[in-house]
Write a protein of this length. Structure first.
Length: 479
């Protein structure tokens, strides 16, 4: 039974004409645990005998081939057959066979990522499955991606593999390659073509490109096809040794750039613009003329700042997402965009999350930063300009609080820089209840008077008119 691959069983039984096909009465044993079950029985030599081996009584039985050398078919039954003449030790035979089991084989190979380096995928689980989809052998790949399965029963199988390694290697440049494949500009083959089809519809189109870009940016967390693709080669095992490698790729990694061991250097360098700027609409620009096909960027957002929007000023397809203090931005265009040095390509909409500046904190690059041309080839060491966060300090309050109807209401401002402001008073329904006032305020302490307010709760909106979109909301209660 060493090469039996059917359903599980508890006992092996001998059923024949000599015991009236009794089911579970004749239990065979394997005393030396070699997979060969044995039983001695007394039979008459007066007539031929018929028998077969069964499992758990009649829960399972051999399906013998009619016409085989050791069988006899009577009606619908094909059984083993023998004319006994003396004490006989029958030779060991394989389940459902007239001959001994063939020698066992082995399967070895390597599990590797389908990048240029053919990176070994260690700690991957490799499964050998039979025609019924049942797993007959398992192995775990070693440090060099190698796996080995011994004592495999000859036959036809399929190899499968899985990994617990994280998904990665995907940027906006992969989305660009997917859309260029869809247009016929750059055709992908093999596993790189498989990596394009992230929606699993057996076709590659702009929808796949959009999904790839959205997963890079973090606006979606998964693909419908999953994260990893492993080849599933069909293999035929004989009594010898078989070598079969398995290649894998992450869905979306169209350029096969991922290295599950380490990632490469960033292609962008962050340059803090010395010009005074703070929150609001922050421009992003490149430091030299180039043809832009994709931009992939992870920025660590400074403490005290929140990104509320990202806009592209150069067309294309843009996706962005913020999480855990990081902004991920993915952009691509099937048609290369000519960008000039200093030209604003993207705008970050930001706001302060507390009523002070963000001293000591600046933008920094995360783990991904690359700009490519229309062929998804990296531009090396491109400078990305972003404004410094040297925000002007501003303190404001309304005094006294609360105030009575008809009293003089003073708004006190203390600025470190002179500014032109717009002041607006709104009621709790968001309606403007006083005319808009534009005022110029010097650095230091200043006062503004608010008049004509009846009893109620209000908010005083102060907005800077220097293009920074800095603003404050001050509560006001009039009794």
């Amino acid at each position: 039974m060493s090469q039996y691959s059917g359903p599980a069983y508890t006992t092996v039984n001998l059923n024949g004409s000599f015991n009236n096909w009794c089911g579970g009465c004749a239990v065979m044993t394997d005393p030396d645990n070699d997979g060969i079950f044995e039983l001695m029985v007394n039979v008459s030599t007066a007539a031929p005998i018929e028998w077969k081996y069964t499992l758990d009584g009649w829960n399972g039985q051999e399906n013998l081939t009619p016409g085989s050398a050791c069988t006899q078919t009577t009606g619908q039954f094909t059984n083993r057959w023998l004319q006994p003449s003396a004490n006989t030790v029958l030779p060991a035979v394989c389940w459902e066979s007239c001959t001994a089991c063939p020698s066992l084989g082995s399967v070895t190979g390597l599990v590797r990522y389908s990048n240029n380096a053919q990176t070994a995928l260690n700690n991957s689980t490799v499964l050998l499955k039979n025609a019924l989809g049942a797993t007959v052998a398992t192995a775990t790949s070693g440090s060099n991606g190698s796996f080995s399965m011994n004592n495999v029963v000859p036959g036809s199988y399929t190899l499968e593999a899985t990994t617990t390694k994280p998904w990665g290697g995907v940027t906006a440049s992969d989305a660009l390659l997917a859309v260029r494949h869809a247009t016929g500009a750059v055709l992908q083959t093999g596993l790189r073509l498989v990596a394009c089809d992230v929606n699993g519809n057996a076709a590659v189109n702009s929808g796949d490109a959009l999904l790839i870009n959205r997963r890079f940016s973090g606006s979606i967390a998964t693909f419908s096809v999953g994260s990893w693709y492993f080849e599933q080669p069909a293999v035929t095992v004989t009594s010898g040794a078989l070598t079969q490698n398995i290649s894998a790729i992450c869905y979306g990694d169209v350029n096969a750039s991922y290295s599950p061991v380490a990632r490469g250097d960033a292609g962008l360098v962050l340059l803090a613009d010395p010009a005074m700027a703070h929150h609001g609409a922050l421009p992003l620009a490149l430091d030299r003329d180039l043809g832009l096909g994709s931009l992939s960027l992870e920025l660590n957002v400074p403490a005290g700042l929140r990104v509320t929007g990202v806009r592209s000023l150069v067309g294309g397809e843009l996706s962005w997402h913020t999480a855990n203090g990081r902004l991920r931005l993915g952009w691509f265009s099937a048609e290369e965009v000519a960008v000039q040095a200093g030209q604003v390509a993207f705008v970050l909409e930001t706001e302060i999350t507390r009523n002070n500046d963000v001293p000591g904190h600046e933008w920094t690059l995360g783990s991904v930063a690359e700009a490519t041309d229309a062929w998804a080839v990296n531009h090396s060491q491109v400078g990305l300009r972003i404004p410094s966060l040297s925000a002007p300090k501003a303190v404001a309050y309304v005094a006294p609080q609360p105030v009575k109807q008809g009293e003089n209401i003073r708004m006190v401002l203390n600025l470190d820089l002179a500014a032109t402001l717009q002041v607006e008073v709104r009621d709790m329904l968001g309606r403007t209840v006083s005319s808009l006032r534009q005022v110029s305020v010097n650095a230091g302490a200043s006062e503004l008077n608010l008049e004509g307010l009846s009893t109620g709760r209000y908010s005083v909106l102060v907005q800077w008119l220097d293009g920074s979109n800095q603003r404050m909301n001050l509560p006001l209660l009039v009794r």
